[in-house]
Design a protein around this ligand. Structure first.
Ligand code: 0O2
Length: 229
């Protein structure tokens, strides 16, 4: 390759990756807007934190190689759907579906695929809601529709997935099979995380119910005062 060709190629890669970064920026802004409005209406924040990441060119190429796609920009676009990833960690189980429904209701976003590993956990116990979402990004020469992977989960699911990833990393890296006892224990830990999620959700609903009763009681007290005046 000549120096000029090399430069052109480097610019193409940079612009290609920029598109995914912009798509993440767009999504993060939208999530921020939803959360602020939700907090105003319901007096609590359903999101603990969000984290976005761009896949490195090296792991894009590794994945492309595994999937058998050709090394071209359209090849990468078609085969690798998680170049841009956004992880949303929610407080309670129900919040996951609230956030997912709010995203689905945005007319210019297209949900290409949904995988519900909460209703149908993976055999190892992994839980999360995965959405592949096409996001409009306005570039100088027109609009691009960029696909990003959104993972929505609770703190307990995130805790399990992060540690499972760390525990398995060594085995996965060396292509070794994971010992059956480890698999079983991690599945047990996933069940414990899931039980914790259900317990916290129940407590949250109980407290919400009490708050609602209190505000209804206060409202009817106020009404009586108005009438007696
Ligand atoms: P990273 O570094 O987190 O991005 P594909 O995406 O095509 O490879 P698949 O199975 O269709 O394969 O995708 P799926 O099931 O939607 O899951 C992809 C991502 O979900 C993974 O990305 C992980 O982030 C997460 N994930 C899925 N299963 C597990 C699991 O068993 N344990 C943990 N800790 N995370 C999981 P990457 O690319 O593997 O990694």
């Amino acid at each position: 390759l000549s120096m000029n060709e090399l430069k052109r190629f480097r610019n193409e890669i940079t612009r290609f990756m920029m598109m995914y970064k912009f798509a993440l920026d767009v999504m993060e802004t939208r999530i921020g807007v939803l959360v602020e409005e939700f907090q105003f209406l319901h007096e609590y924040n359903p999101i603990e934190h969000t984290k976005s990441r761009l896949k490195s060119p090296e792991s894009i190429l590794n994945k492309l190689y595994r999937k058998g796609g050709d090394i071209s920009f359209p090849g990468i676009r078609d085969h690798i759907k998680d170049i841009a990833g956004l992880r949303i960690t929610c407080s309670f189980l129900a919040d996951i579906y609230v956030i997912s429904d709010m995203l689905k209701n945005q007319v210019d976003l297209t949900v290409l695929e949904e995988k519900d590993y909460i209703r149908h956990p993976k055999p190892n116990g992994y839980q999360s809601l995965h959405l592949l979402i096409e996001v409009p990004v306005n570039m100088s020469d027109g609009q691009e529709r960029v696909c990003i992977e959104v993972q929505i989960r609770t703190i307990a699911m995130d805790f399990w997935a992060s540690l499972e990833h760390k525990i398995y990393y060594k085995y996965k890296q060396d292509n070794q099979t994971v010992p059956a006892r480890l698999l079983e224990e991690l599945k047990g830990a996933a069940n414990a995380a899931s039980a914790l999620d259900r317990q916290m959700e129940r407590l949250h609903k109980e407290v919400e119910g009490i708050k609602e009763e209190q505000s209804e009681a206060a409202e009817s007290r106020d009404n009586r005062i108005v009438i007696s005046n």
